[in-house]
Design a binder for this molecule. Structure first.
Ligand code: ZN
Length: 182
């Protein structure tokens, strides 16, 4: 039971009935041959594509906490490789933002909250025995520009990314949508 899900399904029924989807009709290949990796920040849901002039179908949008890639063989990087080899993507934009929640993110506080929510200490200890460094894994970054630069470099230097793919680093203001280059 979830009131929110009831609300979503009620909206969906009206959306379909009114053919709301007609406005978004497109195919799966990104028209601008662009992939964007950015942050999951809720302020960017509509602002980011609007500020970049991207319409439905224009680009592949990959989002996570912080909009960065920390693992060269993680799911974000895999998505980019699919974009390049299967979706015709020729340019990649890494878009960080001011006021990011992952800036100076306190992994210690999150681990304390996990314990307060009932995750037993022994489980955390067991993960560390299995080689999972939770503090490193959960940590954010100290500077958003550096984070964007690091992700741009990781993509450019990735052994499976062809040299002709253009990789750009950008910053967006989550209040005004103003873009700048990193
Ligand atoms: Zn963010």
């Amino acid at each position: 039971m979830s009131l929110l899900m009831d609300e979503i399904f009620a909206h969906n029924e009206v959306f379909i009935k009114n053919k709301g989807y007609e406005h978004y009709c497109t195919d799966k290949l990104p028209n601008k041959k662009l992939a964007v990796i950015s942050c999951m920040d809720a302020r960017l849901i509509e602002l980011l594509p609007a500020a970049m002039g991207l319409r439905n179908g224009d680009a592949k949008l990959i989002k996570n906490a912080g909009g960065n890639i920390t693992n060269p063989f993680g799911s974000a990087m895999r998505s980019l490789l699919v974009c390049i080899y299967e979706m015709g993507v020729e340019e990649i934009a890494v878009v960080g933002h001011h006021g990011c929640g992952m800036l100076n993110f306190d992994s210690k506080a999150v681990i304390e909250k996990m314990q307060a929510r009932g995750i037993p200490r022994e489980r955390l200890t067991m993960l560390s025995y299995c080689g999972v460094n939770l503090h490193n894994w959960l940590s954010g970054f100290a500077c958003v520009e550096t984070s964007v630069r690091d992700t741009v470099n990781l993509i450019k230097q990735h052994p499976l990314v062809p040299e002709d793919v253009k990789v750009h680093g950008l910053l967006i203001d989550p209040a005004t949508g103003s873009l700048s280059r990193v």
